[in-house]
Write a protein that binds this ligand. Structure first.
Ligand SMILES: Nc1nc(=O)c2c([nH]1)NC[C@@H]1CN(c3ccc(C(=O)N[C@@H](CCC(=O)O)C(=O)O)cc3)CN21
Ligand SMILES: CC(C)C(=O)C(=O)O
Ligand SMILES: [Mg+2]
Length: 271
């Protein structure tokens, strides 16, 4: 399907129209200017400045260490590159769980200092007050349910979530609550496809899946994973669209070889 690059800027209203007419929503992460420029040029609907930057940019084992200041630095770089995509930024661990006032202050910093278009928060009914407060300030909010990596130490593993009926019921309740509060969409991470399909059908707002099957209204992946830059990470839900680790490794080792062999620079490459 061809991508309409005529659209000036994707908005949350356009995303809702896309769901209404059954057009799938494409979302991908980016954390810096150069990558975001490529992602935007390729016709992405939403660019997520994910707290997965903690893993893929900083090399941490979890998303917990990344700070609000660091997220703002990544987000401001992405915003400068994004001409068409809607730029959504994860509120990092510790920047919103304290109370709704803190949550709003963090969201405002992201909007004001990075120029982002909205924020994403992990959690359901527990964060209802914060979601409401942020929305009241006119800031679009996206929910995130299922595997919520900021709670990894509570769960202990990254296995599929909501397989049991009780947890599935809670997730459905959370999704409805987030919609009722006014979220423009919700990410469903690593839950059974059947549950994601049910939630996607029962909600009016779009669902964006990662490891949540084909019936979500859109899909999201981490860019380093789908480009094959991050070789070690290969869960079943991930499709690798390129093998950039090897491509980049070959180019870089050729450069090393040329320098060592005195093949670079040559006479044409000097002044
Ligand atoms: N590089 C990267 N990609 C991601 O998708 C991602 C991050 N980082 N950081 C934040 C969260 C964490 N996410 C994750 C992490 C692990 C799995 C996962 O499936 N891990 C194992 C299986 C774990 C298990 O079953 O116990 C795997 O198969 O690799 C999925 C999503 C998604 N997000
Ligand atoms: C995996 C996506 C949904 C995310 O939250 C992130 O990249 O941080
Ligand atoms: Mg995240």
């Amino acid at each position: 399907m061809s991508v309409n690059k005529e659209v000036k800027r994707i908005t949350t209203h356009i995303l809702q129209e896309m769901k209404n007419r059954g057009e799938k929503i494409a979302m991908l992460t980016a954390y810096d200017f150069s990558m975001a420029a490529i992602v935007d040029n390729a016709g992405m609907d939403i660019i997520l400045v994910g707290d997965s930057a903690s893993n893929v940019m900083a090399g941490h084992e979890t998303t917990l260490p990344i700070t609000l200041d660091q997220m703002i630095y990544h987000a401001s770089s992405v915003v400068r590159a994004a001409k068409r995509a809607l730029v959504i930024v994860d509120l990092p661990f510790g920047s919103y769980q304290g109370n709704s006032k803190e949550a709003l202050a963090s969201a405002i910093r992201i909007m004001k200092e990075a120029g982002a278009h909205g924020v994403k928060l992990e959690g359901g009914v527990e964060i209802a007050e914060s979601v409401t407060r942020i929305l009241t300030a006119g800031i679009p909010v996206m929910g995130h349910l299922g595997l919520t990596p900021q709670s990894i130490y509570k769960f202990g593993t990254y296995t599929v979530r909501a397989k049991e009926e009780a947890e599935a019921a809670k997730l459905k309740e959370d999704a409805l609550k987030l919609q009722e509060l006014g979220c423009f969409g919700v990410v469903l991470e690593k839950i059974p496809a059947k549950l994601a399909a049910e939630v996607s059908q029962s909600l009016n707002i779009p669902t964006i899946g990662i490891g949540a099957g084909q019936h979500c209204d859109g899909q999201v992946l981490v860019i380093h994973d789908m480009l094959g830059i991050n070789k070690g990470f290969k869960p079943r839900f991930l499709r690798q669209y390129a093998g950039l680790f090897d491509v980049m490794n070959d180019a870089i080792s050729n450069y090393v070889g040329d320098v060592k062999a005195k093949n670079f620079p040559n006479r044409k490459e000097e002044y």
